[in-house]
Design a binder for this molecule. Structure first.
Ligand code: SF4
Ligand code: SF4
Length: 210
């Protein structure tokens, strides 16, 4: 198990442990809190399937050489892990724990299984990664595609970019209030993201409309 896998495993277990101690009502409240984000994720997934699906299938999935999943240390936010645990059954989460404890021998993401990604709600970085070739082909077919994708990227900030209160920040805070800490809590420990938050507060724009 390398350092990345260790960090991922510790965070996954921490999230599972705390959520197991929370009442069903408490978990339902968390699911309600992430519901707008999940709606956004569905929109992104539908858009990607409609505009990039064919290129991705031809270029990558058929050859099983997806460039999207060929890195062994994909960035995951703490909120990615929390959302996935909230939306997964125990078996799927046990599978993630299993793969994280095995050596990753291939030139691929540790989470890539035989039939694709093992996460139920994959990390936001993965959902919104797009290679130039996929965008080029999609724009040839539909010139409005690039602008629409950019609009989705802007909307993503409303969930994950801390220049305003965002759900990614709130999820970290929920676990921090219970005494948990993880290096993946970037919205509370990345100097760059803390500066974004601080600046916005100083300017008085740290609001939901921000
Ligand atoms: S976005 Fe690009 S690299 Fe990723 S699966 Fe599609 S074609 Fe392949
Ligand atoms: S987490 Fe899933 S989608 Fe992201 S790189 Fe790994 S296998 Fe691919």
């Amino acid at each position: 198990m390398n350092d990345y896998q260790k960090e991922q495993l510790e965070t996954l277990r921490m999230v599972r442990q705390h959520l197991a101690s929370v009442s069903e009502t408490g978990r339902e409240k968390l699911r309600a809190m992430i519901s707008p984000y999940l709606g956004f994720r569905s929109e992104v997934a539908d858009f990607s399937a409609a505009h990039f699906g064919e290129t991705c299938t031809r270029n990558c999935y058929e050859s099983k050489l997806s460039a999207c999943c060929s890195k062994d240390g994909i960035i995951t936010f703490f909120a990615d892990v929390a959302v996935n645990v909230l939306m997964s059954g125990a078996d799927a989460l046990d599978t993630l724990e299993d793969v994280l404890q095995k050596p990753n021998t291939g030139f691929k993401c540790v989470y890539l299984g035989e039939t694709g990604c093992l996460w139920q709600v994959k990390p936001i970085v993965c959902e919104m990664f797009l290679c130039d070739a996929a965008m080029r082909r999609a724009s040839e077919a539909d010139p409005a595609c690039e602008a629409e994708w950019k609009a989705l990227e802007t909307r993503k900030k409303g969930f994950a970019w801390p220049d305003r209160p965002v759900v990614f920040d709130a999820l970290e805070r929920f676990f921090m209030d219970a005494g948990y800490r993880s290096p993946l809590m970037y919205l509370h420990n990345s100097p760059g993201l803390l500066r974004v938050k601080q600046k916005s507060m100083e300017k008085g724009t740290y609001t939901h409309e921000g």
